[in-house]
Design a protein around this ligand. Structure first.
Ligand code: FAD
Ligand code: NA
Length: 385
């Protein structure tokens, strides 16, 4: 096949945004992805039995306060009025999150006013006030006091990291938000919603341009297929959104990630949790949270099966090679290693590294789209002129 103006490795939101921008500016683009579908981790599919839209790589909620990003995404999809709310089960009771006045009053069987609750939390946090916490456990107590920390944060965090909080660095949590009113609306961004006809249709429309061609099931490091690293780098501009350490064949060592495993449960009920996301704060439940996908799209209830539902339980653990890398572990050693890879990436001729894997960073969707729009203007467009 003819050489395009640009090759994009990875059909996630970073790659799709760059490809869309290039095509809009008159350039031909070849996108490749090793997976059998576009969309990267934002990909979703319809479950025929229940009518739920399943987010294959974990629950994805779109939210942003960035006007440029909001205007951009609205060119390709409208959004529902979904507002994200999360609940947590602790010691046989269900509480609202993030920790708010409702959580506090339920937990203490009280009717504190905002000011009384603020004073109580301050007093309880006073146990370690003024100390320099050396681990996550002490930091948690210092931020919100022992009772709330031990009920809602401690065991959840231990499950997320599969490590006792006493063994985790204090730096993992900067703050633990507590709201002294009854607002349990999860995100505080200007705009929020789910793509009206699903994530995958949204992302298909981003690349519905004849100048963009897509090769799925195609690994950039597989030399038996034409769109591979040695055939392309230095000959055509490349945007690479795969793992940066993999690009350099792990020459300096491996960057560490955490992954999430999903266990699917099907119930002969219309609604199992009564909400979209239920956390499990205690140690006796082995998963961190459960997702009931039907409840992300209540506006579709007329098309959903009233007698069946599907729930995914999430189990968090360290990723090894071959696992999906989800969250950067980001120790000081990882940060230093990434800086060395970033320097090598700078020197790659006509290759722009981007996205969460290419820059070893956790990005929400709106952040990755914003960074892709900027990268297109600043780094990619100059290579195409
Ligand atoms: P990705 O989506 O990972 O895309 C990278 C692509 O590169 C992948 O498709 C991969 O197959 C491909 N690739 C890798 N190596 C190769 C190779 N060798 N050859 C060819 N292709 C390759 N964001 C939100 O805004 N809200 C949320 O609620 C939210 N929830 C999340 C929950 C989880 C569990 C996770 C992991 C992420 C969540 N995110 C959420 C973040 C969101 O997924 C990312 O912002 C977004 O997917 C990043 O896009 P990307 O293009 O950088 O990476
Ligand atoms: Na480069």
């Amino acid at each position: 096949s003819r050489m395009p103006d640009l090759v994009v490795v990875g059909a996630g939101l970073f790659g799709l945004t760059v490809a869309q921008q290039a095509a809009e500016n008159g350039h031909t683009v070849r996108i490749i992805d090793v997976r059998g579908h576009i969309g990267g981790n934002a990909y979703s599919y319809m479950d025929m039995e229940t009518g739920a839209e399943i987010h294959q790589y974990g629950a994805h909620l779109f939210h942003t306060s960035n006007k440029r990003v909001w205007d951009y995404v609205n060119r390709f999809t409208t959004f529902t009025h979904y507002e994200h709310r999360v609940y947590t089960t602790h010691d046989g009771e269900v509480y609202p999150l993030p920790i708010n006045l409702g959580t506090i009053n339920q937990f203490f069987h009280a009717h504190y006013t905002p000011e009384q609750a603020r004073r109580l939390v301050e007093e309880q946090a006073g146990e370690l006030a003024g100390t320099d916490p050396q681990n996550l456990n002490d930091k948690g107590i210092q931020l919100i006091g022992r009772p709330l920390y031990e009920a809602f944060i401690k065991h959840y965090t231990a499950k997320q990291w599969q490590t006792a909080p006493e063994e985790l660095p204090a730096s993992i949590i900067k703050r633990l938000p507590v709201r002294f009113n009854y607002d349990n609306h999860y995100f505080q961004d200007t705009w929020e919603g789910l793509p009206t006809d699903g994530y995958t249709n949204w992302m298909e429309r981003m690349i519905a341009d004849p100048k963009i061609e897509v090769s799925l099931g195609t690994d950039f490091f597989d030399e038996s297929q034409p769109w591979n690293k040695s055939a392309l780098v230095g000959r055509v501009p490349v945007v690479y959104t795969g793992p940066v350490d993999r690009y350099f064949d792990y020459a300096l060592g491996e960057l560490k990630w955490r992954t999430v495993e999903f266990k699917e449960r099907r119930y002969d009920e219309g609604d199992h949790l009564g909400c979209a996301v239920m956390n499990f704060a205690d140690a006796d439940v082995p998963y961190t949270r459960a997702i009931e996908f039907k409840n992300f799209n209540p506006e579709r209830s007329g098309h959903q099966n009233p007698g069946k539902t599907v729930v995914w339980e999430e189990y968090s653990r360290a990723a090894s090679r071959g696992d999906e890398p989800y969250y950067p572990v980001n120790t000081d050693a990882d940060r230093r290693l990434y800086q060395h890879y970033a320097a090598k990436a700078q020197d790659e001729p006509q290759v722009v590294f981007g996205g969460r894997l290419g820059t070893y960073a956790y990005y929400d969707m709106h952040q990755v789209i914003n960074s892709a729009l900027i990268a297109y203007d600043k780094q990619v467009a100059p290579l195409l002129s």
